[in-house]
Design a protein around this ligand. Structure first.
Ligand SMILES: [Fe+2]
Length: 190
């Protein structure tokens, strides 16, 4: 097995054990969105898409929301910790240093972006939250917290992804209403 295949298998194995039920689907779905907008996405980008939330799947090392007053500080600690965990996997699989450094850089930046490659990852991650994570997030967190998370998530989308988010409908009509309310509020406050 080559080093890239080794890495992807390990990432998928770790994420399949996550206590957050939407994590495995979200990892694959983020990769799908990434490849939809960049058919030629290289291995560093693909690995970063699969692994960007790996922090959440490693119970002994994960960053906890309750330890942070500020949501953005929590998110940036989550991203940095994910990059650290990913580096351990890439090293174990013997991946070339240039790919390792770039995949870890992308994971560390996935919540904020800042250059075309990390912006693309951030966008794929953000739209995937709406497509995959939101209904399960709602079951755990309830209306108000999910609405806050949707407003936050909608603001980080690129213009083209905002248009896609506006057309998302869920099986549960209440969730579609929640998303519309969140988008309406995000647009009002911008
Ligand atoms: Fe994510």
């Amino acid at each position: 097995m080559d080093s890239i295949e080794c890495t992807k298998r390990r990432i998928r194995a770790i994420i399949s054990d996550s206590k957050v039920p939407e994590d495995p689907r979200h990892a694959e779905n983020t990769l799908e969105w990434l490849l939809k907008y960049d058919l030629k996405a290289d291995q560093a980008l693909q690995i970063a898409a699969l692994a960007h939330d790996i922090d959440r799947a490693v119970e002994s090392k994960r960053v906890r929301r309750v330890d942070f007053d500020d949501y953005d500080l929590f998110k940036s600690a989550h991203a940095r910790n994910g990059a650290k965990i990913l580096r351990g996997i890439l090293d174990k699989c013997g991946v070339a240093k240039s790919i390792t450094d770039e995949a870890c850089r992308l994971v560390a930046l996935h919540e904020v972006g800042g250059d075309p490659r990390s912006d693309l990852l951030k966008d794929a991650d953000s739209i995937s939250y709406f497509e995959v994570n939101m209904p399960l997030y709602y079951q755990r967190e309830g209306w108000e917290e999910t609405k806050r998370r949707c407003i936050w998530g909608y603001r980080r989308l690129s213009a083209r992804m905002k248009e896609i988010a506006k057309s998302i409908a869920y099986e549960d009509e209440a969730l579609t209403r929640l998303l519309k309310e969140a988008i309406g509020q995000a647009c009002l406050e911008d």
